[in-house]
Design a protein around this ligand. Sequence first.
Ligand code: LHQ
Length: 263
Amino acid sequence: MTETPVLHDRRDGYSVITLNRPDKLNAFNEEQHAALREALASSGSDKECRAILLTGAGRGFCAGQDLGDRDPALLGDSPDLGRTIETFYNPLIRQIRSTDKPVICAVNGVAAGAGANIALSCDIVLAARSAKFIQAFAKIGLVPDSGGTWWLTRLLGEARAKALAMTAAPLSAEGAAAWGLIWRAVDDDRLMDEAEALALSLARGPTHTIGLIKKAVQAASDNTLDQQLDLERELQREAGRSGDYREGVSAFLEKRPANFTGR
Ligand code: LHQ
């Protein structure tokens, strides 16, 4: 077992968080959950950190739950997996969705089970061309969790959602990008360069406004158009009072690059 289940690297304006149990394809045990939550929380509260990049060590991104830790043979007659979900996975997904900093996921290899759905909960997902997304749950008699049924249905529609979830068929990175499940598939050897360039550009962007954009887009699918128009009005009011709006317009009028401070 690796000593540090999550690596947390602070870079120039952003942080890189790496799931680090490569021998298990970064499958989650409780230590890895705690370390990831802690790394996300500390990036969230760090004023110098304006974007978060999540990836995996080794050849996989994440194979979901470490099944050795949830082996029914060891759990007794009436295991309560709902408790695992409520204690570990749901808070993690809520944390990723509610941090106002953009979370980029660089899917470096297979993303299976909850690992696929943790990737899909991030704001911008890049995947190595060799990576695959697998809703592996049905293969072990479980239903997709960590928002899987929500992401698949919202992003792909019922037909594809049901087929992927019921068959556990792997979906290639290119297929995921073509279907609109992720942002882009990139060549394997370019993945981290592209992901880091994206993190850096977001870190140098109007961070507060990017948080407002995240809030608006996430609210859109639950809102009517009228509600969304009202929300946009409120968020634009807030963005219009930011220093970055002032700077963005000055830079445009002066034909120079904007120097955003994130406030
Ligand atoms: C693993 C795992 C793994 C342990 C690979 N655990 N060791 C929530 C609530 C509570 C309980 C249940 O779960 C959940 C949420 C979930 O995530 S359920 C879904 C759990 N995940 C899976 O069912 C995926 C299981 N893994 C696989 O199907 C394959 O490993 C994939 C398709 C991901 C990759 O296949 P390969 O590239 O052929 O790699 P491999 O199978 O040879 O795995 C490499 C090693 O990693 C191997 O160990 P070994 O000692 O033999 O080298 C695997 O045993 C280990 N590993 N996933 N989830």
